[in-house]
Structure formats: structure tokens, C-alpha cells
Write a protein that binds this ligand. Structure first.
Ligand code: TUI
Length: 316
């Protein structure tokens, strides 16, 4: 059910890939998602190459299924991280926060599938020309570093302009989201926030609790003035940040102030002073369960949703 070209390209059962969430997406989470038939992703974030290497080796011990690594292109360690990925022959690379153009040839050379996040039609077309295997079209509903356009408008526009598979991301956490994405022309979805509240996700319990308690308008955008807008859950930090932006604090100082704040929330569980990145769909995440159950529920829910929709087109 829901077998698409993406499943064939990535050798996975369901067209569901896990978001590459910095500090959150460890080997443990990635292996659990891959074991459940999706594609698990280890996030490199800003981590040094040795840390990423250890996570890759750990994931290989936890699963024989394919998994990927997300390369955050603003990382100071990006070159070394790509070198580790090449050495370890990781099956899939997703990228975020930039243009991965200069790494494509080397990754393709060893057969790694490469799937960049694109926030626009133009970048999607450029990436297709460079030979990427699929694109992740991430709407502004997503958590973390975001683009301007919504999933609803960007996915069909990219799907009209490229022939490689499109993966929808941002605002998707259940079967209805999967069906909606496919109706817009996607052949798969990337899901982040939902997997934060999985048993296997190693974030601090305070972080999970905050996602569980989030309401519809709690996932707000900060740091617009730095040119790197980030969606996070509202807290003391976001209030301080907004105040600093209002006072005209320079982008450099704001960036410096933001450094280390994600780790503070994820690892230390300081959800007041730390950065609790999550997407707008956080409000629909209300329980913690194993990745296998999350994925099975999404697929089951999607089948039911399709039945409901197909009844609408049947004659009485
Ligand atoms: O990358 C993400 N989400 C992230 S990265 C991150 S770590 C970080 N923290 C603070 C500031 C910046 C990064 C936390 N969350 N999602 C994928 C994504 N990629 N969203 C937007 C983009 C993107 C933006 C511009 C991709 C390509 C791009 O290209 C510009 C160009 O060079 O053409």
C-alpha cells in the first residue's frame, strides 16, 4: 500500500522519511524508523565529523535496513561530515539550509541517493538538473530553519516542474497529511515533529512534554532579522529573542545568543531558556509511542481516509 517510486529508489516499505532534526535525530531514532519500514535519518546538525561517524556506526549495528544522514549545510564541519559519509558509504543523504551542489558528484559516484530540501521551485529545478534523486519540498509549517512558502502551495508547484519524486514536508503527522501530500503530487512525506514524541527518540522528557502540550499557535517564528528564521515553541527564550530583535540587536549578536540553545533544550531539558524547535503540527501530537506504531497508525489512517474519500465519488 502506498508504494511509490520513492520506495523503489530508497528500498523502503512506506514512503515516509524521518526529518533530519539536529541533536534529536540520533542513530537510535533513525534505526527505529528504518526498522519500521520508513527511512530513518541521522542529523549531522553542527556536530563534528567524529560524532557523526560514531552515530553512523551505531545505526549500522542497530539495523540492516537503509538509513540516511542529513547534512546541515551551514555547519562549520560540513566538508568533514561529507567525507565521513563517503567513507561509510551511507545509502541516502538529505541536505538542509543551503545548496548542496558541490557535493552531488562525489555522493552520486558511490551510489548514495541524494535528496536536498528545497524551499522554492527554482532550487528544485536546479537540483534536478544536477542529478539529485528526489527533492524534499519543505513548507514553512515545519520546525527549525524554514522557508517562506507553505507546503500546500509549494508541493504542487514543484511537482509540476520536476520529474523526479517530490517528498512533502512541513505540517504532516498523520494519515490525512500523507493523503493530502499525495493529492498535491508528492510521492512521499518527511515527518519530523511526530517522531520527537516516539519512545526511541532520546530528547529530554521535558522537550517531549512541551511538544505534547503545544497548542495550535505555539510554534512561532523567531530570528527573522538574522536571515535564518527558525520555528520553535514559544517560551522565555523566544520572548527574550523578540525583545532583542525589537531593540535592533545586530544579526551577528543574535546568532551568537542563539548558539547552543537547541542543545540546552534537547540534552539538558531546559525548555525555558533553550530552543524547542518543532513544527506547527505539534498541536496534533498527543502521545508517545514506538516508531513502528507511529508509522503503522499513519498508514492505517491513510487507508481509512482514502476509503472515506472514494465513497464520495461512488454513485448511490
Ligand atoms: O534545514 C532545515 N531545518 C533546520 S537546520 C537547523 S540548524 C540551524 N539552526 C539555526 C539557524 C540555521 C540552522 C534547524 N532546522 N530544513 C531544511 C531547509 N532548508 N529549510 C530551508 C532550507 C533551505 C534554505 C535555502 C534550503 C536551501 C536553501 O538554498 C538557498 C540557496 O543557497 O539557494
Amino acid at each position: 500500500m502506498f508504494k511509490t517510486r520513492l520506495c523503489e529508489i530508497l528500498n523502503i516499505e512506506y514512503p515516509i522519511i524521518q526529518g533530519g532534526m539536529a541533536w534529536v535525530a540520533t542513530a537510535e531514532l533513525a534505526a527505529a524508523v528504518s526498522e519500521a519500514g520508513g527511512l530513518g535519518i541521522i542529523a549531522a546538525g553542527n556536530a563534528p565529523a567524529e560524532v557523526v561517524e560514531k552515530e553512523i556506526i551505531k545505526a549500522k549495528k542497530l539495523t540492516n535496513k537503509p538509513f540516511g544522514v542529513n547534512v546541515m549545510l551551514l555547519s562549520p564541519f560540513v566538508e568533514e561530515v561529507v567525507a565521513v559519509i563517503l567513507r561509510e558509504r551511507v545509502a541516502v543523504v538529505t541536505t538542509g539550509a543551503g545548496n548542496p551542489g558541490k557535493y552531488i558528484e562525489a555522493l552520486k559516484g558511490i551510489g548514495t541517493k541524494i535528496i536536498p530540501v528545497v524551499p522554492s521551485v527554482a532550487l528544485a529545478k536546479r537540483m534536478e538538473k544536477l542529478g539529485v534523486d528526489a527533492v524534499i519540498v519543505e513548507g514553512t509549517e515545519a520546525g527549525g530553519h524554514i522557508g517562506e512558502l507553505t507546503t500546500m502551495v509549494l508541493v504542487p508547484q514543484v511537482a509540476n516542474e520536476v520529474s523526479i519524486p517530490v517528498i512533502a514536508a512541513g505540517g504532516i503527522a498523520d494519515g490525512r497529511g500523507l493523503i493530502a501530500a499525495m493529492a498535491l503530487g508528492a510521492e512521499g512525506v518527511q515527518i519530523g515533529t511526530r517522531f520527537i514524541c516516539s519512545t526511541e527518540c532520546e530528547v529530554h522528557d521535558n522537550y517531549k512534554d512541551m511538544v505534547l502540550k503545544a497548542k495550535d499557535r505555539d510554534a512561532i517564528v523567531t530570528a527573522r532579522s538574522t536571515g535564518h528564521p527558525v520555528r520553535v515553541l514559544k517560551n522565555k527564550l523566544t520572548k527574550e529573542f523578540a525583545q532583542m530583535e525589537k531593540e535592533g540587536v545586530s544579526p551577528e549578536e543574535l546568532e551568537a545568543f542563539g548558539t547552543g540553545k537547541l542543545r540546552m533544550a534537547v540534552v539538558e531539558g531546559d525548555i525555558h531558556n533553550g530552543s524547542v524547535m518543532a513544527g506547527q503540527i505539534a498541536a496534533m501530537v498527543t502521545d508517545i509511542k514506538p516508531c513502528k506504531e507511529i508509522i503503522e497508525e499513519i498508514v492505517e489512517d491513510a487507508k481509512n481516509q482514502l476509503d472515506i474519500l472514494s465513497r464520495l465519488t461512488k454513485e448511490e
